[in-house]
Design a binder for this molecule. Structure first.
Ligand code: SGN
Ligand code: CA
Length: 514
């Protein structure tokens, strides 16, 4: 029990740091969390999420703070998004074009600047870059993609396995770090979850949750990929053909375990069997095929994913409770984001990678008492390359001059600069899940994509075709728009000096990123 006096001093410390104009920052960053599965966003499954209280704490951050409706990534993949956040630069300029690669040596990253501004800094959880965190006081990282059950963490002194569920452990470690911090200094904590990334493994407390509920299907679950260039047809991210029964959906004979479930101990395996065994038996008996099988897979996939999201939301609730109990809430900026978007069965898909909408969007919610007007919904186009400058701006740190992004703090204050960007640049390289390399530009209304490996283009009018079902690149009515957007694309490629499509295949580094 804390004495009244120590609570009083804790609160007083918070007030002093506030007076110094250096708020604390807690950055909760997930892996593959789609906007569709956040209640506050008002996207496809948001009403369902509200009804079943899947994201109440994340939603509360949006009610008490603000939400960005057009927060987009520049390369829809884990490591590239993280490198863009750390450096403020697009992939070709930071060296992380594909998975698990290191940020180019010697490049400026924001944590060093924030530390120099007097902050204590920590990063806990998924990292997925080829180099360890630079200039960061405390770091405990998941190993590569990381594990859900009893995960291994890597720190400066080596590896250590912890017992428990990754999302809960990462939250615990974040709170423990805040507990032991030097209370005379401001802090920045980065809480980086693996969830809800593939293979979508839920915590035991939610095994049975949502089991009897029906998740609404997307209109495009059985998309035929007509009306688009060849890549949409040739990808390998279909729930139908590419989502596996044993690993992704955990459909296993009684007593058999695959993938991450092998990490459970005997008692936990028995608990898992008790929860999922009857479902699996019923599945084997049913002998589903064709569309019925796809529908079943969709339901089970989305439920497991939502069970993972629910655990993330529990963690957000525990962190915000901690901040409130310690008197830190008013002087701490809490940011919720994820490295890219994700498909929840739209177009029949899971995964991301595309310049297309579900993949391109990153959730971005910011609660900053006294600065962000509660309930704000910001419309400007913002990107992950803006985070580094933003963190510097919030903490009063000095940012490097050569960043591609810029601080969103003016937008947060309700004063969007008149020269704010009107278009976003995108370039994806990895080729995983059969998605070829492509670059493009996204404006408020249009998406222009160029698949340079097959020499194909697509243009979508988001106003008339929000689901992006028909490319109008060859439609003569849009020829002027095509010309304008191509000019804009060239302008962006010149501005960022991106010639990386002429590079050799960047390839994949072995043993990372898979
Ligand atoms: C793994 C996944 C892929 C996923 C990539 C990238 N396969 O390779 O489905 O696209 O990660 O994800 S898995 O069977 O190993 O889970 S990212 O979030 O790291 O970019
Ligand atoms: Ca990811």
């Amino acid at each position: 029990m804390k004495t009244i006096l120590s609570v009083f001093f804790t609160v007083l410390m918070g007030v002093f740091t506030a007076a110094a104009g250096q708020p604390n920052v807690v950055f909760v960053f997930t892996d593959d969390h789609s906007l569709q599965t956040i209640g506050a966003y008002g996207h496809r499954l948001s009403a369902f999420c509200k009804e079943h209280e899947i994201t109440p704490h994340i939603d509360r951050l949006a009610t008490e703070g603000g939400l960005f409706e057009n927060s987009l990534c520049g390369n829809s993949l884990c490591s590239p998004s993280r490198a863009a956040i750390l450096t403020g630069l697009h992939s070709h300029a930071n060296g992380v074009m594909t998975l698990g690669r290191p940020i180019t040596e010697g490049l400026w990253t924001f944590p060093g600047a924030v530390k120099e501004a007097g902050y204590q800094t920590a990063v806990i959880g998924k990292w997925h870059l080829g180099n360890t965190p630079a200039n960061t006081d405390y770091w405990r990282l998941l190993n590569g993609q990381g594990e859900y059950y009893h995960p291994v963490f890597i720190g400066p002194d080596g590896k250590e396995q912890r017992q428990g569920y990754a999302t809960d452990l990462i939250t615990d470690m974040g709170i423990e770090w805040m507990e032991q911090r030097d209370k005379s200094k401001p802090f920045m904590l980065m809480v980086q979850h693996k969830a809800p990334h593939r293979p979508f493994s839920p915590p035991p407390r939610y095994y049975k949750w949502l089991a009897d509920v029906e998740v609404p299907e997307p209109d495009t679950l059985f998309d035929d990929y007509a009306g688009r260039a060849s890549p949409a047809r040739n990808q390998k991210m279909e729930i139908d053909k590419d989502m596996t029964l044993p690993s992704d959906l955990k459909v296993l004979e009684k007593g058999k375990f695959a993938g991450q479930l092998n990490r459970l101990n005997d008692a936990e395996k028995a608990e898992w069997d008790a929860a999922f065994g009857p479902r699996n038996e019923a599945f084997f008996k049913a002998g589903l095929e064709g569309k019925e099988l796809v529908r079943w897979k969709y339901q089970e996939y989305v439920k497991d994913y939502l069970r993972c999201v629910k655990a993330v939301d529990d963690g957000v609730g525990r962190i915000t409770d901690y901040l409130a109990n310690e008197g830190l809430a008013d002087n701490t900026v809490v940011i919720y984001s994820s490295d890219q978007g994700f498909y929840m069965g739209e177009h029949g898909w899971f995964d991301k990678r595309w310049i297309y909408e579900e993949s391109l969007h990153m959730p971005l919610i910011v609660r900053w008492p006294g600065v962000v007007k509660p309930g704000s919904r910001f419309k400007p186009l913002v990107q992950n390359i803006d985070y580094a400058s933003t963190f510097c701006d919030i903490t009063g740190a000095k940012a490097a001059p050569e960043r591609h992004g810029r601080s969103i703090v003016p937008i947060l204050r309700g004063e969007t600069p008149s020269d704010w960007r009107k278009s976003v640049y995108y370039h994806y390289y990895d080729r995983g899940h059969g998605v070829p390399r492509h670059y493009g530009v996204r404006t408020e209304r249009f998406t222009l994509a160029r698949y340079y490996e097959t020499d194909e283009w697509e243009l979508f009018d988001l106003e008339k075709d929000p689901q992006q079902l028909r490319s109008i690149y060859d439609d003569s009515e849009y020829s002027e728009t095509v010309t304008e957007l191509k000019t804009e694309l060239t302008r962006l490629r010149t501005q960022f000096n991106d010639k990386s499509d002429q590079d050799e295949e960047p390839g994949r580094k072995k043993n990372v990123g898979s």
